[in-house]
Design a protein. Sequence first.
Length: 454
Amino acid sequence: MKINLLVAEIGSTTTVVNAFNDLDTCPKFIGQGQSATSVLEGDVNIGLKGAIDDLAKNLGEKSIDYDELIATSSAAGGLRMTVHGLVYDMTVKAAKEAALGAGANIKFITAGRLRKSDLRKIEEIKPNIILIAGGVDYGERDTALYNAELIAEMNLNIPVIYAGNIENHEDVKEIFQGKETELYIVDNVYPKIDELNVEPTRKVIQEVFEKHIIHAPGMEHVREMVTGPIMPTPGAVMEASQLLYDDIGDLLTIDVGGATTDVHSVTEDSDEISRILINPEPKAKRTVEGDLGVYVSMKNVVEMVGKEELTKELKISMEELENLIFHHKPIPETNLEKRFVEELTLHATITAVRRHAGGLKHLYGPSGKKTIAEGKDLTQVKYIIGTGGALTRLPNRKKILSEIALSNKGNDLLPNTEAEILIDNHYIMASLGVMAKKYPQVALKLLENSLKGE
């Protein structure tokens, strides 16, 4: 069978392949196959071929031919980054927002001048990319230059992106001249006080990832099969969210996974909140909660909620709960197992969104009470979208998402109850994010179909 476009999602444990046809006329999602990811076997193509074979079997075909194969990847540790800026609440935060929005897994953050212990930690982490920021344009210069010199002296053969004070461009080029390090210079992520400019850095991070992921263990042969772009999987979900925002407006996308819960928002602050907001927030923001998941991180969520509380919510005995925890599977099968995962998903969702969102604070001084806003304003969100395994497959997925607005304690900047709940029914949002790089209108049409369940 001939397929126009295959999109592979190469995960840390599973590789999924999604098939799409008729891109030029009436684009259709026609099926999915999966296999164990084979990075540890030294060649990711083994798992890719297995997923394509599984797709053929699911479609009732003997074999599959394809015109194009593109991919997202979180295998081989995903996109590991370290971020180094000047002031934590300013340039460091801006650089962090750019890295997270690109789909990075940030392993280490520093503010101010790097110390010897920081350099040792960078060496231990072996990041895919190092991001240096610091100083508004025509402001403080020395810290970023000092950090650049120390990182250049390490000669790690790791790509470095400089996104700080524009006045340092020539000096930074000189510092890295003759080093093994590949240097990329982009616009300042924090050009003026209270102004973020994260999109240019996000774009370059993804370009650097695509160029260098093929050198990761097990990924060296990926270009023998993958013919088009490769993006970090979380970055692809953000790309799809931004594509959809341009079509339908302010939205929130939530992906509850086995190990982490990712929250992506694309929304502007309300006029009321923007007047009292103490620090700027990006329009497109991603947060990742590494302690909230429904399989690998399941025990963290159980501990957070409390076993006594879970027995009440599930109306079961402590012995039954302990049995559920001990025999917990990646994919629930019985009704009780599904109810258990739904409770985990509910608490992971609400906790992750409340961490992502900002809030109102009341300060009291000589002139009376003053209200300020801090963090991301989600009050303008019109659509809440569920993607990922849990929020596309569990029976009560829509009810879980509707609880976000109801969880507001009064001062949280959360979506209101009028926000519409949508589900990525085909579980293809990440695939469509990387597809949008070349086929934006096709990806948008397929995303709309998935949200309608067509």
